[in-house]
Ligand binder design. Sequence first.
Ligand code: EPU
Length: 421
Amino acid sequence: MQRLIIEGGKRLSGEIELQGCKNSALPIMAAALLCRGRCVLRHCPEITDIYSASRILNCLGAECSFSDGTAAADTAAADGTEIPDALMREMRSSIVFMGAILGRCGECRVSIPGGCELGARPIDMHLSALRRMGTIINEDGGSIYCRIPSGRARGARLTLPFPSVGATENIILCAVCAEGTTIINNAAREPEICDLCGFLRSCGAEISGDGCGRITVEGVPPEKLHGCTYTIMPDRIAGATYLCMVAAAGGEMILKNACTAEMEPFLSVLEQTGCSMCCTGETVYLRSGARLRAVQDRIRTMPHPGFPTDAQAVLMAALTTAEGTSVFEETIFDCRYRHTEALRKMGAEIDIVGRAAVVRGVGRLHGAEVSATDLRGGAAMVIAGLSAEGTTIITDISHIDRGYEKIEEAAARLGGRVRRE
Ligand code: EPU
């Protein structure tokens, strides 16, 4: 089992070019199934979740390869309809293959997906929408068998009870080649949804309204979708993570290839900590001098364009040593504070009160041996370790590798002393 060893307490300085976005690359790889041709995905992050997605594609009969940040998927022969349990359990995003396989083959057999443990993560909205689109679904224990009797889904007018990212993606994937028009009211507005729709439009799909909460998908005949070459958007959460490294440890950095507009809900909160920041085009400059200030307003995680739940843990790590008390309120997931125990072990003062986490800034953290609990929680531990006095050892780092391209090399580009053993 690999681990990260961090010698903390050093000011950071350097430049990072942002990796491609995990949460759009994954549904885009599923979407490649709908395009009977070769899809070339540039700037695809080299992370273990992407390798899991290519294993799923290969298992369905596609030919998927990866080199130098480019994934290529030829789905001409991908007529498989079943994803084995073991592959489903590797990550949460395996569930978006359901809409894509249904859209292509009219039936699929999957099971309850794995992924980070952030509390209950039901898929009721996915299933109810697919039913409304003409799918018959039988659930037996953990396995889910879906079949569209006519072979082709039908468009529907849908209103989601909550703007779920995964449900919005599954509906779009099933609707692209459906008969008729699908309207998704209260659709997720996350930038990754727009990236998925951008990819599908490049392949010939007819989708509008993404990013505005009401998405319209005009179903097209399946043979109309073709392959394409597409560049995945930058990863706004990886960007937030690297900025928090420098905000917490002190120093300065240049973040290149950043999606600054999409990062705005995070940047506007980070700015309140007293860091000086400047965004020009696709670059963020950040300088963190004296001790950070606590954030005065409650940091409430919300669907986009609210403060992203995926940036909650990494910002919390930076605020553990800020002057004053910051309060987080996690509204998206019911168990997304598992990292706080490790932060406390490193000297942080954090109390959990219902959905809120009250973070009283302490002068300094100290190194400790901690275990990554989930992807973003693990990244928060790296941030804490870089700012702490002494040595931090992080185990269970496979969680971190699911979403960050060699996080130790990124930290090293900033002058951080992190090694993998
Ligand atoms: N929900 C339901 N029923 C459903 C679907 C969702 O109750 O049918 C609930 C969930 O339990 C959760 C909330 O709705 O409480 C939000 O879930 P959503 O479906 O929006 O999230 P997701 O699709 O499972 C994606 C990202 C997460 C990110 C969330 C919210 C991917 C692969 N995952 O998850 O990313 O936190 O949206 O923005 O895109 C991460 O990258 O670390 C990560 C966890």
